[in-house]
Design a protein around this ligand. Structure first.
Ligand code: DOR
Length: 425
């Protein structure tokens, strides 16, 4: 048994916020309350001054496995996840080969079963993420895909999207969508506007996102399916999700730390490290995203952890460089530094969007602290300052290198095992 003593226990699922102790017995949380230390505990974690919360859940990561292990693989991605306080992650389908067939899915499920945390996998919605033919969703769901996503690509054909929505409704799982209509994009990853003009190139217009978010919200309203909108970046799209929720659509939405932290001008400072799809946009867009987080329009914070090598980033021109940035190891600290400490969100709300809400999207048992529930826990110091330097991820494409952040993960515990301890390696 492990005793976690004297921490501030925060559980957004129940609203619990108190200084108390927690006993882990095997894979489960046995008791929450006050307990005397004793020989029955194989380990006592002194958590005074720390926050004890449910292990974080990230519904949007790219572990590049199979096929792109020079960027990341299941092991290195998992190492990054635990260092960031995550005990559950959901991997995207843009692997090589793509996650659109039983053999590739079986390969990955065998691999993730050996990981110390819950590494879940979505299958793609369409063959090769080409947006044309639906995959065999029944079979892939049956084999263990937790949901479906063509992330990285939009599903431009409305009839394909409608069929996919109808199918996920039948299968009772979410479809997660990347909303950017390529027709309205000249160069992806750079906002169409002041900065793209300054750089003398075309960009990716927010309208590309707005039109697909509007379409899919209305389709979801019609079908009653669980539609999850990934990485919102446009203020108009936030408004659209707000409207769709009011109308009764089963829509959820996520924002990434980079979209609530940075604006389009980051491309001028960090070059391709700030190139991401959908792009970083204006101050007004960022403000709308923060408002969406505040009023619950945006339910979830997800990283879109997207590892890329220098060969794909720095050694390319801005137009040719790959889009994306890593995020697992900086996500919690960015939330604490830029949302909690700036007064935009209370700590409980930040954690709600990183634990119970993402867990609920996939109907997972984690994301909460309950007696008898899984012992998936993060312990972090909400005041400790640190400078972003090195990563467990195989890639280091982050614009936040050198940034001084507040909030540091001390322990990550999954299935009752300590899977990460600050300063362990
Ligand atoms: O910038 C991005 N990179 N956005 C995505 O949606 C995909 C990701 C990747 O896979 O690199």
């Amino acid at each position: 048994m492990i005793l976690i003593k004297g921490g501030r226990v925060l559980d957004p699922a129940t609203g619990r916020d108190e200084i108390t102790d927690l006993i882990i017995d095997g894979e489960h949380i046995a008791r929450i309350g006050f307990f005397m230390p004793g020989p029955e505990y194989e380990k006592i974690i002194h958590a005074e001054g720390k926050i004890v919360a449910p292990g974080l859940v990230d519904v949007h990561v790219h572990f590049r496995d199979p096929g792109l292990s020079d960027l990341e693989d299941i092991q290195s991605g998992t190492a990054a996840a635990v260092a960031g306080g995550f005990t559950t992650v959901v991997c995207m389908a843009n692997t090589k080969p793509e996650m659109d067939n039983p053999a590739t899915l079986e390969y990955i499920l065998e691999k993730v079963a050996k990981m110390p945390i819950h590494v879940l996998q979505v299958a793609s919605v369409t063959e090769g993420l080409q947006g044309r033919e639906l995959v065999d969703m029944d079979e892939l769901k049956e084999l263990g895909a937790v949901g479906f996503s063509d992330d990285g690509h939009a599903i431009a054909d409305t009839s394909v999207m409608l069929k996919a929505l109808q199918k996920v409704k039948e299968l009772d799982c979410p479809i997660s969508v990347h909303e950017e209509d390529e027709v309205l994009i000249e160069n992806n990853g750079i906002n169409e506007g002041q900065v793209s003009q300054q750089l003398g190139m075309g960009g990716a217009s927010h309208t590309a996102e707005d039109v697909l978010v509007a379409r899919d919200c209305m389709l979801a309203l019609q079908t009653g399916s669980k539609l999850h909108i990934q990485h919102l970046s446009s203020g108009n799209a936030v408004e659209m999700v707000r409207f769709a929720k009011k109308m009764g659509a089963q829509v959820t939405a996520e924002a990434t730390p980079h979209h609530f932290t940075l604006t389009e001008s980051a491309v001028l400072t960090y070059g391709s490290y700030a190139k991401v799809n959908p792009p970083l946009r204006t101050f007004e867009d960022k403000k709308k995203i923060i408002e969406g987080l505040q009023d619950g329009t945006i339910d979830i914070i997800a990283t879109d952890h997207a590892p890329h090598s220098d060969a794909r980033k720095k050694k390319k021109t801005l137009q040719q460089a790959s889009s994306g940035m890593i995020g697992l190891e900086t996500s919690l600290a960015l939330g604490i530094t830029k949302l909690v400490h700036e007064g935009y969100l209370p700590m409980m709300k930040l954690l709600e969007k990183m634990t119970v809400n993402p867990a609920n999207l996939y109907q997972l048992p984690g994301g909460r602290l309950a007696e008898g529930g899984p012992a998936d826990i993060v312990i972090f110091d909400p005041e400790e300052k640190w400078t972003v330097k090195e990563f467990y991820s195989r890639s280091h494409n982050s614009p936040f290198v050198g940034e001084r952040l507040t909030g540091r993960v001390k322990y990550t515990i999954c299935n009752g095992n300590i899977v990460y301890q600050d300063g362990m390696q």
